[in-house]
Write a protein that binds this ligand. Structure first.
Ligand SMILES: C[S@@+](CC[C@H](N)C(=O)[O-])C[C@H]1O[C@@H](n2cnc3c(N)ncnc32)[C@H](O)[C@@H]1O
Length: 211
């Protein structure tokens, strides 16, 4: 992937403006707060991981709400910000090959990350997350939906049109999760994000079987 199209580089260069825009005290973040609260209610246990944690906002939220929270990301500058300003533990690691122990988390949170990768890589990421989730563990993630052709993607003007976001059908997402031992829970939401036509599917799953 050319460096200019790498979502990690893009995030490292741009995360500072998101710190203010997407802070949890904004009124328009209420829907997102509801997702965080639902996750905390569903998790049975304490160990949670934010896969693709960025500047650490959600790790901080989990840690302050009684969980033992870790965040992983490859964006070094965003991680440095997180270590200085947020609670929780931050590790520089990729989400396709985390190097973390099998079944070591009761909850995994992965917001606004997986859609930066095409379908085959999404499957690799889900498989790796499945490996490190404990049986009965909860997995939250968000997809960008399309109703028709899979493998299509969109770009946004605001990002200099460099970064691709891959769209999936709901059936692709459900199948990829189920094949990796996740049961999709009834609690989900579909929201429309500013600047995008395609809805985001926020989905919660529970890990059923061993892998
Ligand atoms: C749009 S940001 C979302 C950050 C955070 N989850 C949030 O909701 O604010 C996407 C994040 O995914 C990270 N990311 C993308 N690909 C990654 C990979 N292969 N391994 C680890 N982190 C990755 C980026 O560095 C960035 O922090």
């Amino acid at each position: 992937m050319p460096e200019t199209e790498d979502p990690v580089n893009w995030f490292n260069e741009n995360f500072r403006e998101m710190v203010e825009r997407y802070s949890l005290d904004k009124d328009y973040m209420q829907g997102y707060m509801d997702l965080l609260e639902t996750f905390c209610d569903l998790v049975e246990g304490e160990k949670v991981l934010d896969a693709g944690c960025g500047w650490g906002r959600d790790v901080d939220y989990f840690q302050r709400n009684g969980l033992e929270a870790k965040g992983i990301d490859l964006a070094g500058q965003a991680l440095a910000f997180a270590r200085q300003n947020m609670q929780g533990e931050f590790i520089r690691s990729g989400i396709k090959d985390t190097g973390l122990e099998d079944g070591s988390f009761q909850g995994i949170w992965c917001n606004s990350v997986i859609h930066f990768y095409p379908e085959e890589e999404m499957k690799e990421i889900i498989s790796e997350i499945s490996r490190i989730t404990s049986p009965g563990g909860v997995f939250y993630l968000s997809f960008k939906l399309t109703e028709d052709s899979p493998e299509s993607f969109i770009r946004r003007e605001e990002d200099g049109s460099r970064i691709k976001r891959y769209l999936v059908t709901r059936s692709f997402a459900e199948e990829a999760l189920e094949r990796n031992g996740f049961r999709v829970l009834e609690k989900y939401s579909e929201v429309n994000e500013e600047g995008f036509e395609n809805p985001v599917w926020n989905v919660f799953c529970r890990r059923t079987s061993q892998h």
